[in-house]
Design a protein around this ligand. Structure first.
Ligand code: FMN
Length: 379
């Protein structure tokens, strides 16, 4: 989510709506946010650019088996990420767009060609959130067996190696891999960003972090404390010791900013009262389905307790407060934890809600951890 190479600058990414709600599956939030239509979404992207966000992050899944969630607008409706990315890149001038592509269900040449198109057309503003997919229903939609967790990452690693070669090599490649066979070269244009477009992932497991250490520029994490972030940061440092790469760390946050002291927390607590437990169960079953440690934790709780813990944002970083309080939280995290950027999800997203962040930015600038993206581009 960062755009400059300045390690002291905090990159600020906006988690673009991939449904009326994402993560706080509150029916009230779903009622209050704008419609998922062209007009409101383009206005949202342009507002994010105007406010000074570095990037928009578009999550994506394929399967529509979560019927209650769909009915109430939780993680739904969601436009397909690369197509939405092109629309948002076309409607904006500067902001970057990071869109999700699955490795498991595609072929390397598909992603290489679509990614090259997005990056070249946007003149170097596209990035890839690399995911392996975590749901058996999604695999079934493609007529595939649900591949084991660690094998998905093995496949993803070979996949990304090939995509990088298709992006960078002038001459045809000839790969007889363990999982993919590719012969030839893709048409130009190739990506503008060198050596390749920005690569991001969010794997939390051993295999997921090893993947990020080998391939990615940044890892999105649900770690929320200085200790939690440092633990992930230390693990990444160990993993990158031998390859000399630097992988930034980007915590995901739930954010509400209100001028009046205590009001943001009240607003958040209000949303939790209308948590859609059934929709949350559906989503949690998928998300936690292939993650052993998380599933066992979830199983120990009663269904409602587990749904509230997961659907209410659980231990995810919360930025709930006045502009000054939110800025102080970010300044402290940046000073004390390994963190290159922050990914912000506004549960009550709207252009006005995004503008609440303009009051946070002067504090970050004063603390020396933020400059407007246009100043970084000019530097
Ligand atoms: C902020 C965030 C966004 C994510 N976006 C997606 C996504 O769009 N699509 C997807 O299939 N998985 C997504 N994931 C899931 C991760 O790719 C990964 O599967 C998950 O964090 C579990 O990690 P692990 O597979 O290493 O155990 C996301 C995770 C996080 C924390």
């Amino acid at each position: 989510m960062t755009r400059s190479n300045d390690p002291d600058r905090l990159g600020i990414g906006y988690f673009f709506p991939a449904g009326k709600t994402n993560f706080v599956y509150s029916d009230e939030a779903a009622r209050r946010v704008p419609e998922m239509r062209r007009g409101p979404l383009l206005e949202l992207a342009r507002t994010a650019e105007e406010v000074g966000f570095d990037s928009l992050f578009i999550a994506d899944n394929w399967s529509g088996h979560q019927r209650v969630a769909e009915q109430f607008g939780h993680q739904s409706p969601a436009f397909h990420a690369p197509l939405l990315a092109m629309a948002l890149l076309t409607a904006t001038e500067r902001i970057r767009v990071i869109s999700t592509f699955h490795t498991t269900h595609h072929k390397p040449a598909h992603v290489a060609r679509m990614g090259a198109t997005l990056d070249a057309f946007s003149e170097g503003r596209w990035g890839w959130n690399i995911v392996t997919g975590f749901s058996a229903d999604e695999a079934a939609l493609f007529g595939e067996e649900f591949v084991d967790h660690d094998k998905r990452y093995e496949m993803a690693s070979e996949f990304v190696d090939i995509v990088k070669r298709l992006w960078s090599e002038a001459e045809p490649i000839d790969v007889e891999g363990q999982y993919y066979r590719v012969k030839g070269r893709i048409k130009v244009p190739r990506p503008v960003q060198k050596p390749h477009p920005r690569l991001v992932s969010a794997g939390a497991s051993e295999a997921g972090m090893a993947f990020a250490a080998r391939h990615c520029d940044e890892l999105v994490t649900l770690a929320s404390s200085v200790e939690g972030l440092d633990k992930v940061g230390a693990k990444l440092s160990t993993l990158t010791q031998n390859n000399g790469r630097r992988v930034g760390l980007c915590p995901f946050s739930l954010t509400i900013i209100r001028d009046e002291d205590g009001r943001a927390q009240e607003e958040f607590d209000g949303l939790l009262k209308s948590l859609n437990v059934e929709a949350t169960r559906e989503i949690a079953a998928d998300v936690l389905g292939s993650i052993e440690s998380a599933r066992s934790m979830f199983d120990k709780m009663g269904a409602d307790e587990a749904a509230i813990a997961f659907g209410g944002g659980g231990s995810v970083l919360k930025l709930l407060g006045t502009p000054r309080q939110v800025a102080e939280q970010l300044i402290e995290l940046k000073a004390n934890a390994s963190m290159s950027s922050i990914l912000i999800n506004f549960p009550l997203w709207s252009p006005q809600e995004l503008r609440t962040f303009t009051k946070v930015l002067p504090y970050l600038r004063e603390a020396g951890i933020w400059k407007h993206p246009s100043e970084c581009d000019a530097a």
